[in-house]
Design a protein around this ligand. Structure first.
Ligand code: FES
Ligand SMILES: [Fe+2]
Length: 394
């Protein structure tokens, strides 16, 4: 398997460059001292919190149905008259971009007798036509056409429109509220994560590919995105070839967080002036938007985005893995490079992270009355569970 090379793609300027250099300076110090950012103490997490169906329902209700959820990247709905259909913990969601470029979201269930209007995935369409009896809706969800209406009898078009959900697009990400009629305040929710998200300039990216991974409990999966303590062991022949292990910065950003891992190239920066530093090749940032969006790659040409969602039961999750490029490939060579990045990312995450996660899942029931211990060197995992605890009182 070819390890991907890290290529910077966007020139950093102003506050974004200051921030990237500040993070890199922290990592250079860690490299010299053989240290990493630390939490104040360790954390004990009851194993049953990964297993309890009642807690799982509380999480989905208070978190996934309670906060603005990042459910799409703007570039997945590239241009007017596009859509993305996605299932979130048993809720079928349809996101559209209308002819004016405006984003909308609705429940993906026809108001006649409930058929799913579009199957999971992305595409182009001018109207939403139900496959069952051909009722049709516009991209805002308004009922516009009823097949055989004369024989069907009268239908109130307003009452029979699709159930809409609040949706808003910010910095290249589409956020959806899964509770109809409950608006959200995105600026307050994103807080200090917003400027970092804006810095990534995802709104100008090209969507290259999406792959879906089925996995264990969604928190087992998310935990793995929030620490680099496992690189030397689990990813010895893959990620560890480019990344150092157990060496990262951590920044809490409200409910969200950023972990930046030291790449091997950072060795060359020691003793050189920061004006010569190239953060894109020496640092590996993951910006995590709670509860399940991990954006890896910073300002490189290729960005790998993981969208982790609970499945329909406590023991299942689904992850969409997206590869974004700074611009569409211009020739076969570039397509091949992007395909390679897609396959590498998929294989490593599936064969190493998710395989391990399935093993954790298998051991849950037998260890239900014990707890896990999160180290001081796993501040991201601790922060995630602190936020979870605040939402669920668990
Ligand atoms: S269920 Fe959609 S038209 Fe009948
Ligand atoms: Fe991993």
């Amino acid at each position: 398997m070819t390890t991907p090379t890290y290529v910077g793609a966007v020139d950093l300027a102003g506050a974004a460059r200051e921030d990237a250099l500040d993070v890199m300076a922290r990592l250079v110090r860690h490299y010299q001292d053989k240290t990493t950012d630390l939490a104040d103490g360790q954390w004990r997490e009851p194993v049953r919190n990964y297993l309890d169906p009642a807690l799982f329902r509380t999480e989905v209700e208070r978190i996934h149905h309670g906060v603005p959820l990042a459910l799409a990247l703007s570039c997945e709905l590239a241009g007017p008259n596009t859509y993305k259909a996605i299932d979130v913990a048993g809720t079928p969601v349809l996101i559209t971009r209308d002819g004016d470029g405006q984003v909308h979201a609705m429940i993906n269930a026809c108001r006649h007798r409930g058929a799913e209007i579009l199957g999971e995935g992305t595409g182009q369409t001018r109207r939403l036509t139900c496959p069952y009896h051909s009722w049709s809706y516009d991209l805002k969800g308004c009922l516009t056409g009823i097949y055989g209406e004369k024989t069907f009898g009268p239908v109130d078009r307003t009452e029979r429109s699709l159930i809409t959900l609040p949706a808003e697009e910010r910095a290249g990400v589409v956020f959806v509220g899964l509770t109809p009629g409950v608006a959200f305040d995105l600026d307050t929710w994103l807080g200090p994560a917003l400027p970092l998200l804006e810095t990534l300039r995802l709104d100008g990216c090209h969507h290259h590919s999406t792959r879906v991974l089925n996995g264990p409990n969604w928190k087992i999966v998310v935990d793995g995105y929030l620490e680099g303590y496992h690189f030397a062991s689990l990813h010895r022949t893959t990620v560890f070839k480019t990344n150092l292990s157990n060496m990262a910065t951590f920044d809490a950003l409200g409910a969200h967080q950023r972990n930046v891992f030291a790449l091997r190239a950072i060795a060359g920066a020691v003793g050189t002036p920061p004006t010569d530093w190239e953060p894109a090749t020496c640092t590996g940032p993951i910006l995590f938007l709670f509860p399940g969006l991990a954006i890896a790659g910073g300002l490189r040409h290729q960005t790998a985005v993981s969208l982790v969602m609970p499945g329909r039961t406590v023991g299942e999750s689904r992850t969409q893995q997206l590869i974004l490029l700074r611009r569409a490939p211009v020739d076969d060579e570039e397509v091949k490079a992007a395909d390679q990045a897609r396959d590498w990312f998929h294989d490593v995450v599936l064969d190493e992270d998710y395989l391990t996660g399935e093993g954790v899942q298998r051991g849950l029931a037998a260890t239900e009355d014990t707890d896990y211990l999160f180290g001081r060197n796993e501040p991201g995992v601790q922060h995630f569970h602190r936020v979870l605890r605040d939402f669920t009182n668990s």
